[in-house]
Write a protein that binds this ligand. Structure first.
Ligand code: AMP
Ligand code: ZN
Length: 466
């Protein structure tokens, strides 16, 4: 059976035919390394890990190249470095932040059972390629220099906006397009910009004298071309990246290479929210992979349960991350693993599993098939299928550790502060609510807000930070 994938570019499910079956090429936008990855960031990593495994199965493990970049130049990195290491020169502080965050990212993603990509390029190692691209885009009339910036001229590309399927007017209304006096058109976007004193900087392209740094979009155009060539098979990322990031990657790459497409297929995972709400710091439902692994809602959760919970929802659907669903995911694995542990592994992955995955990564169908194998007591096949999907099938790996919520802090104090915070929130005094949260944090207490699934009421629990 052939592989079909939903292509954002054509808005259709299409049969997948690689440009070169000897080297199937996949690019996924990776993390900006300044803080722990949240559980939403883990979604593309897990989804494209499943795709990577499937492609390796179909075309052979040596015939797939998976590139996932690391964005290590960004304002958020600079700000974090200045905040966390005020005593160090900025560039040194930045290196500390990016190295630490990258290591955390790798630890977390390994815990989720994901394979390393074939290549993990860093933006700062591809500045020369970016400058070459920018100079050529200027020479071709697709970009121009203005006040120390280089901007891509959107009007130079007649079918700009094809991926998101929106008109320029809609794109302007829907996104925070930065209006700057030096832009010829408000939709024009930055390829290169000046660095502030002390910030990381490189010799500028476009004949600009002052050193500067690249914009975000050009990074992926340069890194994908360097490792996968002018046109490759699949480009992936979260749905939020369609516009402007992917639209702009396409514009740069196609104009630079003179090609009709940048990638044949564009895949986007849906957004993840937590307990029915958009994840946000002010709602208190922002949760990192690290927290889930070390303590969330009273438990340290095994990475395999996080992975399984993620795959219960089809990758293009919105996903609601809840305690109830995570708990169910954990219980199911626990049951399965108990049975498969006692049996020999099968030598072959059941075809029904490969077929379901080949249908646009239909993981809910895969899971229904796993339930069938379990119901039929075909534990050897179940075990083979679990292994294929990146699950160990070993109970020791999915022990869920209960945490002691009482700790050493007086529980009554904490409860009183939580009540005061709730009161402040109800009065919409969010500054006071945040102040109380910080006070609790300084006592080593982490708050967890969750909606009661029955009443919809907001409930706050707490635990001792570890
Ligand atoms: P960022 O570091 O924000 O650029 O995000 C890294 C990756 O995570 C991108 O592919 C995003 O699309 C994806 N992502 C960020 N937030 C979420 C979310 N809440 N749900 C699903 N994917 C997300
Ligand atoms: Zn990208």
């Amino acid at each position: 059976m052939s592989l079909t994938i939903y292509n954002t570019l054509t808005r259709r499910k299409e049969a997948f035919t690689p440009l070169d079956p000897g080297n199937v090429r996949l690019y996924v936008c990776g993390p900006t390394v300044y803080d722990y990855a949240h559980i939403g960031n883990a979604r593309p990593v897990i989804v494209f890990d499943v795709l990577f495994r499937l492609l390796r199965h179909v075309y052979g493990p040596d015939h797939v190249t998976y590139v996932r970049n690391i964005t290590d130049v960004d304002d958020k990195i600079n700000a974090r470095a200045a905040r966390d290491y005020p005593e160090l020169p900025l560039n040194e502080a930045i290196r500390k932040v990016t190295e630490k965050t990258e290591a955390q990212f790798h630890n977390d993603m390994h815990a989720l059972g994901t394979l390393d990509p074939t290549v993990e390029p860093r933006a700062t190692e591809h500045i020369a390629q970016m400058c070459t691209m920018i100079d050529r885009l200027i020479a071709k009339g697709s970009a121009y220099v203005a006040e120390g910036h280089v901007l891509f001229s959107v009007s130079s590309m007649p079918d700009y906006g094809k991926l998101s399927g929106r008109s320029v007017d809609e794109m302007m209304a829907g996104a925070r397009v930065e209006v700057a006096p030096f832009k010829k058109d408000p939709m024009d976007f930055v390829l290169w910009k000046p660095s502030k004193p002390g910030e990381p900087s490189w010799p500028s392209p476009g004949g600009i004298e002052a050193p500067g740094r690249p914009g975000w979009h050009i990074e992926c155009s340069a890194m994908s071309a360097a490792h996968l060539g002018q046109v490759f098979d699949i480009h992936g990322g979260g749905i939020d990246l369609v516009f402007p990031h992917h639209e702009n990657e396409i514009a740069q790459s196609r104009c630079f290479h003179g090609t009709d497409v940048m990638a044949q297929v564009w895949m986007h995972n849906g957004f993840l929210q937590v307990e029915g709400e958009k994840m946000s710091k002010s709602l208190g439902n922002f949760v990192t992979v690290h927290e889930l692994l070390t303590g969330w809602q009273g438990y340290a959760w095994p990475g395999e349960a996080l992975r399984f919970n993620m795959l219960r929802t089809h990758y293009r659907q919105p996903l609601d991350w809840t305690l109830v669903s995570l708990d169910e995911a954990h219980k199911t694995l626990w049951d399965w693993y108990g049975d498969v542990e006692a049996h020999e592994p099968a030598s072959k992955v059941p075809q029904a599993i490969v077929d379901a995955l080949s249908d646009d990564l239909n993981t809910p169908k895969v899971i229904a098939e796993l339930h069938k194998l379990h119901g039929a007591k075909d534990f050897a096949s179940l075990r083979a299928a679990l292994g294929f999907l990146g699950f160990s099938g070993t109970r020791a790996n999915i022990e869920r550790k209960a945490l002691d919520g009482a700790g050493t802090t007086d529980g009554a104090d904490v409860d009183a502060l939580i009540a005061a915070r709730l009161e402040a929130r109800n009065a919409k005094d969010f500054a006071e609510a945040d102040r109380i949260r910080d006070e609790l944090q300084s006592m080593g207490i982490v708050l967890k807000d969750a909606k009661d699934p029955q009443t919809g009421e907001l409930k706050t629990t707490w635990e001792v930070a570890r």
